[in-house]
Write a protein that binds this ligand. Structure first.
Ligand code: 13P
Ligand code: ZN
Length: 270
């Protein structure tokens, strides 16, 4: 079996395509990194052949020796499924943590996403609280992004609104959503601020930019962003229709949490 024939490779390309179809990844907007199982990748790829070594602005030695599928910087999500070898790559973090080895893909001199330091910091933070964690996904989910212009940016208020917009939300992200201040993307600073929030949330909003989602697999992470984005879309319609007349109450949300066995973030419900 080749790398391109594996389920995880096909799922990666299909997920990128779905994200594009949803309008979350215009042009090169967004990026995905998937932490791979070493044995699984070594069975389908000659990992002794390094195509290129690429330097990084972040020391990822905590991830030394780990393999990732990554989207390329400046590469269009629209094109990933048709030409994965040009738009995504298989990389491994070198022992020194400061360079990565390119093993497959990113042809014609392409490099991994400019968000790689932020992704790596988020992987490190999530792995500390969940050893099954595998995926970091960033995109420009339209309605969610729009809400950052019009809605209170307090984490509690934003979370409460999303929970109220669709009954499923509380069940999918009981820990709520986190918010960081606006920052320049691609820097270590935005990566650090995001990773700090990753200690207790899987969904971080970057105001006026997009969202960062994490999860144990591509479906789960896509579904997390999809659920929050759907709630934000409903919020947009509700506002356009004249605002809330009636709503799920805090008691309803408590009953829901009880029925589904989830624990809502402390202090978010009255
Ligand atoms: P890359 O093309 O480098 O992945 O950047 C896209 C993006 O969304 C930056 O925030
Ligand atoms: Zn972005």
């Amino acid at each position: 079996m080749t790398l391109q024939e594996t389920n995880f490779f096909k799922e990666f390309c299909n997920t990128a395509n779905n994200m594009y179809q949803h309008g979350w990844d215009e042009r090169n907007g967004g990026n995905i990194t998937l932490l791979l199982d070493k044995k699984e990748i070594e069975a389908v790829s000659d990992v002794t052949k390094v195509k290129r070594s690429i330097p990084m602005i972040f020391d990822a030695s905590e991830l030394a020796g780990e393999y990732f599928l990554v989207t390329g910087s400046g590469k269009y999500f629209k094109n990933i499924k048709e030409a994965p070898e040009k738009n995504i790559g298989l990389i491994r973090v070198q022992e020194n943590g400061k360079n990565i080895d390119l093993l497959w893909g990113l042809e014609d001199g392409a490099v991994p996403t400019s968000e790689l330091p932020s992704h790596f910091m988020s992987h490190i933070a999530r792995l500390k609280v969940d050893d099954k964690h595998r995926v970091v996904m960033h995109c420009h989910a339209t309605h969610f992004l729009a809400m950052t212009f019009t809605h209170d940016l307090s984490e509690r208020e934003l979370t409460r609104t999303l929970w109220q917009m669709c009954t499923e939300c509380l069940v999918v992200f009981p820990e709520g959503v986190s918010v960081i201040p606006w920052m320049v993307p691609g820097t270590n600073q935005i990566g650090e601020a995001t990773a700090e929030k990753m200690a207790d949330t899987r969904l971080i909003v970057w105001p006026f930019h997009g969202v960062y989602g994490t999860g144990r697999d591509l479906d789960e992470t896509f579904g997390l962003i999809e659920t929050a984005e759907k709630a934000a879309e409903v919020y947009t319609f509700v506002q356009a229709q004249g605002g809330v007349k009636q709503c799920i109450t805090d008691q309803d949300l408590l009953d829901l949490a009880d029925a589904f066995g989830v624990t809502p973030k402390a202090g978010y419900l009255n």
